[in-house]
Ligand binder design. Structure first.
Ligand code: HEM
Length: 367
């Protein structure tokens, strides 16, 4: 597995920062809150540090029919029964995907980023659209994946693509098709634009999170692993949303330093996940995947904020965790092996590419 410590790009730059307080990446920012207390303060003080509306470049919804998503929109967390249905649907679809793979390509490795697409899309769509019928769920799940794919090049581009570029037009076409389909879902929560944003966030990130999880487990065939511990350990070392941002609403003082109005302050769950105060184990072991470290109940997993914090914390956290625990449970019942070295794609959060995994056997179920 490629290690984040040796990665270049933004990831390498953030990981090499001194971890004693507020760090800065350039003469006019962005600033990085490198301690847990500072990070939590930034994320939970929306009067001073607001959510940037255009962080994913989907803020420009000028072509959308209706109200666009603003940075001030708050998403309600998914209700528990809906999470349950979504997680069940994910588990069923994942087993169906595996059965199909074994039937059609038994000797080939799984391309995990691809194999997880349909199970995650249907799991999330089931949870977010509890009143949609099966045909609509299938249609919306396919349209979300199409929009997520079309958004990729928009987000990865160095500069936002022009309005009439091929990239932007493909993004707009797929978004409007999704919004149209959502328009006829009964009892939709919020507008079609808001539901589309919720679905896209709830599909793209868990696909990356699930792929990291299988990659780590395949790279560490250690036998007896607790699935919940494996999920937290994967979210610690490779949180897919490894960086989140807030913008100062006024001139602020943070950690004794001036951050001007409009200045961007970054919080990195990946950096915080390497804090010796938050993670059990000797400091030199912190870059290693070791799910058993969470057997020490004295430290609470998640303090490095893999789901963010404050009013803009992840509203799909319980569903994300439920899908990942279901996947880890399947993984520890099988013997997985990495088929080729995993690289870190930084074009959109972090994703393991390639993530090619073989199922080489089955273990006895844990008791
Ligand atoms: C393992 C899976 C997931 C991880 C690791 C994850 C992580 C995150 C993180 C770090 C943020 C940014 C929070 C902040 O800036 O404070 C976020 C935001 C968000 N997530 Fe998730 N997420 C996951 C699954 C989901 C799911 C399943 C859904 C929907 C069903 C979802 C919907 C959203 C939305 C809509 C936002 C934006 C919230 C806002 O802007 O107010 N996420 N997520």
């Amino acid at each position: 597995m490629g290690s984040a410590e040796s990665a270049g790009g933004r990831l390498g730059a953030v990981l090499s920062l001194p971890r004693s307080g507020l760090a800065v990446l350039g003469p006019r920012g962005p600033w990085v809150a490198t301690t847990p207390a500072l990070a939590r303060h930034v994320l939970t003080t929306p009067a001073d540090y607001d959510f940037p509306g255009d962080v994913s470049r989907t803020g420009d919804l000028s072509a959308s029919r209706g109200e666009s998503r603003s940075g001030h929109l708050l998403f309600a967390p998914l209700a528990e029964p809906h999470v349950g249905h979504g997680a069940e649907r994910f588990a069923t679809e994942w087993l169906a995907e595996c059965a199909e793979h074994e039937r059609t390509a038994p000797t080939a490795p799984y391309d995990v980023m691809r194999a997880l697409r349909r199970p995650v899309a249907l799991g999330t769509t089931t949870a977010v659209l509890p009143r949609a019928d099966e045909a609509r769920l299938q249609q919306v799940a396919a349209l979300v994946l199409a929009w997520v794919d079309a958004l990729g090049p928009v987000i990865a581009a160095r500069r936002p693509p022009r309005r009439w570029s091929r990239t932007r037009r493909a993004e707009e076409r797929t978004r409007l098709a999704l919004e149209d389909a959502l328009g006829s879902v009964p009892d939709l929560e919020g507008t079609p634009q808001q539901a589309a944003a919720m679905l896209a966030a709830g599909v793209q990130v868990p696909i990356a999170a699930g792929s990291w999880l299988l990659a780590w487990l395949a790279d560490h065939p250690t036998g007896d692993v607790d699935p919940v511990h494996a999920v937290w350990e994967s979210l610690r070392l490779t949180p897919p949303t490894w960086l989140t941002a807030r913008v100062a609403t006024r001139d602020c003082e943070l950690d004794g330093r001036a951050v001007p109005a409009g200045g961007m302050v970054l919080v990195s769950p990946l950096l915080l996940g390497r804090s010796p105060d938050l993670v059990p184990g000797e400091e030199e072991t912190l870059p290693r995947f070791d799910p058993a470290r969470w057997g020490d109940a004295a430290r609470r997993p998640g303090a490095w904020l893999p789901f963010g914090a404050g009013p803009h914390a992840c509203p799909g956290r319980t569903l994300g965790l439920a899908m990942l625990v279901s996947l880890a449970t399947w993984a520890v019942e099988h013997q997985l092996r990495l088929d080729e070295p995993v690289g870190i794609d930084q074009s959109r959060g972090i994703a393991p590419i390639p993530c090619s995994v073989r199922v080489v056997g089955r273990r006895e179920a844990r008791t």
